[in-house]
Design a protein. Structure first.
Length: 184
């Protein structure tokens, strides 16, 4: 499989590539993808988990134990569980969000999908997500895997990144453009 130089060039990309190749070779892509989706949601929902993965004050052993305690309640697969242990041991837990994003990009590419990163000010409901996915599919002409994140700082609207293209329809950007135009 050919990988983008951009993904492999980053630290998170190298870890994501390693996890992807292990999952692909072990026929566990779906299980690992599901576990990473659960983990991504847990990171979004829990400030304690965010602090755990980002704090340099937490030792490798403590971080490993804390994450090991989360694997059963979150129902993470064994490969993902072991991978989290490696990240904790190598002090790379701060890269977890980027690793999940890069893994999803690699998995989407493997399935023949185009990956799109969508940032909204508020979570999208099922109907909105389906409409957005259908619209993106019609734009690119292939299936689209949407990685949706919420960033209240954009105030409203959305930002869509498809490969090297970015469509910024956020209110924050429109307000900044208006302020610049008013300055003359």
């Amino acid at each position: 499989m050919e990988h983008s130089g951009g993904i492999q060039a980053s630290l998170s990309g190298r870890y994501a590539t390693a996890l992807f190749e292990l999952a692909r070779d072990g026929n566990k892509l779906d299980k690992v993808s599901a576990s990473l989706a659960t983990l991504k949601q847990a990171l979004a929902d829990s400030d304690d988990l965010k602090r755990l993965v980002s704090s340099p004050l937490i030792s490798r052993a403590e971080a490993g134990k804390a994450l090991a305690g989360l694997t059963k309640p979150l129902k993470l697969d064994p490969l993902t569980t072991n991978f989290l242990g490696v990240l904790a041991q190598n002090r790379r837990l701060a890269q977890l969000g980027a690793i999940i994003r890069d893994f999803n990009t690699l998995a989407a590419r493997h399935r023949g999908e185009t990956s799109a990163q969508v940032i909204t000010a508020h979570p999208l409901d099922g109907g909105q997500m389906a409409a957005l996915t259908a619209r993106l599919k019609s734009m690119v002409g292939s299936e689209v895997a949407v990685d949706a994140t919420v960033d209240p700082n954009i105030l409203g609207g959305l930002i869509v990144r498809l490969g090297s293209r970015q469509i910024d329809g956020s209110i924050r950007t429109k307000l900044n453009a208006l302020a610049t135009a008013m300055k003359g």
